[in-house]
Design a protein around this ligand. Structure first.
Ligand SMILES: Nc1ncnc2c1ncn2[C@@H]1O[C@H](COP(=O)(O)OP(=O)(O)O)[C@@H](O)[C@H]1O
Ligand SMILES: [Mg+2]
Length: 310
């Protein structure tokens, strides 16, 4: 059985002048999943999100939400959608409560008991003027408005920025519950660690190109299959290359890092022959992997900056 994706981006391209911000991106987000859309600043995350929401017009390609066309059926889509933009603009002179009441009146049919629950869960202070709140506390108001009508689809652009760890945890729980009820969440972030505990799948975008879409479980498995070996003195990386199942070997000083498939035994055997002092494998965090994903990007943009400065 195949179901229509809840969010479908089909060959989306967006140019600003002659600059390509999003280049032929296709994505399908399924019902009931939390999808993390990852990429460094300027990668094209917000541009993609704005096209999905019909806030900008694609140069080519289409977006669909709940089977409806983003451009033609924008009004209908809005009813089932919760959205938190990355640059949330609220009236600074309204309190959090007044802000939510205003937005609730626009939408209609809001269950205030649920708003109160969200407020308590995020420990939000709705009595203060929004303009007087710290960015993290203002973000709470933004999150409440995104979830207050229990939308079938929630799209959040960098929602975690500025939230303290306890609030992040509560936010994760909320997203889990929300998709557990058959809804769908799409959120963007520039760090994998922000979404690694909560996303079911992640897509990586850089310079407008979607470079990979992976199940979180597969990424975690890859991260675990990395090993760092410490030796009494420097060992050439070449001594570990070519060992069955071992790849991406790198040596730095007296430590060697590698990835392995299957059994760790052949690698350990070679390490033992060199008098290995310590072995660590599960300590590699996903942020490091994320950086590796983008390392050539960082190097390439460094070159580009030098190029443009010249
Ligand atoms: N309205 C715009 N006009 C011109 N360039 C834009 C506009 N919006 C975004 N860009 C450019 O497009 C690229 C992608 O931006 P954006 O989608 O906001 O990235 P992200 O959200 O991943 O940080 C950036 O280089 C940005 O400067
Ligand atoms: Mg952005």
């Amino acid at each position: 059985m195949t179901t229509t994706p809840v969010i479908e981006v089909d060959h989306l391209t967006k140019l600003f002048g002659n600059f390509t911000a999003v280049d032929d991106v296709s994505l399908a987000i399924e019902q009931g999943e939390i999808f993390g859309f990852l990429g460094p600043n300027g990668a094209g995350k917000s541009t993609t999100i704005r096209a999905i929401l019909d806030l900008i017009r694609p140069t080519s390609g289409t977006c669909r939400v709940l089977g409806l066309d983003s451009r033609k059926d924008a009004v209908e889509i809005r009813r089932s959608l919760g959205f938190l933009p990355s640059d949330l603009a609220l009236y600074p002179n309204l309190t959090g409560k007044q802000t939510l009441q205003y937005l609730a009146n626009l939408r209609g049919g809001i269950d205030w008991a649920w708003v109160d629950t969200l407020t308590a869960r995020f420990d939000a202070d709705l009595s203060k003027k929004v303009g007087e709140l710290s960015s993290g506390n203002r973000q709470k108001v933004g999150l409440i408005q995104a979830f207050m009508h229990r939308p079938r689809v929630v799209i959040l652009d960098e929602p975690i920025t500025g939230l303290d760890p306890l609030v992040q945890l509560e936010f994760h729980n909320l997203m889990r519950e929300h998709v557990g009820e058959g809804n769908t969440v799409f959120l963007s972030s520039h760090t994998l660690s922000e979404v690694e505990r909560v996303a079911d799948r992640v897509g990586f975008i850089r310079r407008g190109h979607l470079i990979a879409v992976e199940a979180m479980a597969d990424l975690q498995d890859k991260a675990l299959r990395r090993i760092t070996l410490e030796f009494p003195e420097p060992v050439p990386a070449g001594d570990f290359q070519g060992i069955e199942g071992v790849h991406e070997v790198s040596a730095e000083g007296a430590s060697v890092t590698a990835q392995y498939e299957g059994s760790m035994a052949p690698l350990l055997k070679a390490a033992t022959a060199h008098g290995v002092l310590s072995v660590s494998s599960a300590t590699v965090d996903l942020d490091e992997m994320f950086l590796e994903f983008y390392r050539d990007e960082v190097e390439a943009s460094g070159e580009a900056e030098q190029g443009s400065a010249a």
